[in-house]
Structure formats: C-alpha cells, structure tokens
Design a protein around this ligand. Structure first.
Ligand SMILES: [Zn+2]
Length: 71
C-alpha cells in the first residue's frame, strides 16, 4: 500500500498529525478528511468541524421543513 503524502489545504503544512481516515493540522487546529483531499481542490476542502456545522445546519432546515409541511 502506497502511502500518500497529505498536506493541510489551508496553510500547506505537511507536518500533519496522521489518523487513519483523516489528519490534523497542528498550526490551523483543523481536522480534514483524507477522502476530501483525494477528491477536491484545496480551496474546496472543508475541515471536519466545518462540515459538522454544515450538517447540523442542514438537519435544522430539514426539521423546520418537516414541521412546516405538517401544517
Ligand atoms: Zn494548516
């Protein structure tokens, strides 16, 4: 298995903390999914924290929509 060298999409730091499916940038303090780095341009990559925030916002929207449709 060839190990791909990942870098932080935010600051370009290659001195990252490697996890199995993700990595951490110590200088930004963000965690990124390796999958995103494989599939997306650096400028399109969101940190795990940002993605969770977006997911929660979408969940809230869906709940609102469900509530509205019951009227
Ligand atoms: Zn960084």
């Amino acid at each position: 298995m060839v190990e791909k060298k990942y870098h932080c999409p935010r600051c370009g730091n290659e001195d990252i903390v490697d996890y199995t499916d993700s990595f951490d940038c110590p200088s930004c303090g963000f965690e990124f999914d390796k999958k995103d780095c494989d599939e997306l341009e650096d400028s399109q990559i969101l940190s795990v924290e940002e993605k969770l925030g977006i997911t929660e916002a979408l969940d809230l929207d869906q709940k609102k929509n469900q509530t509205n449709s019951q009227d």
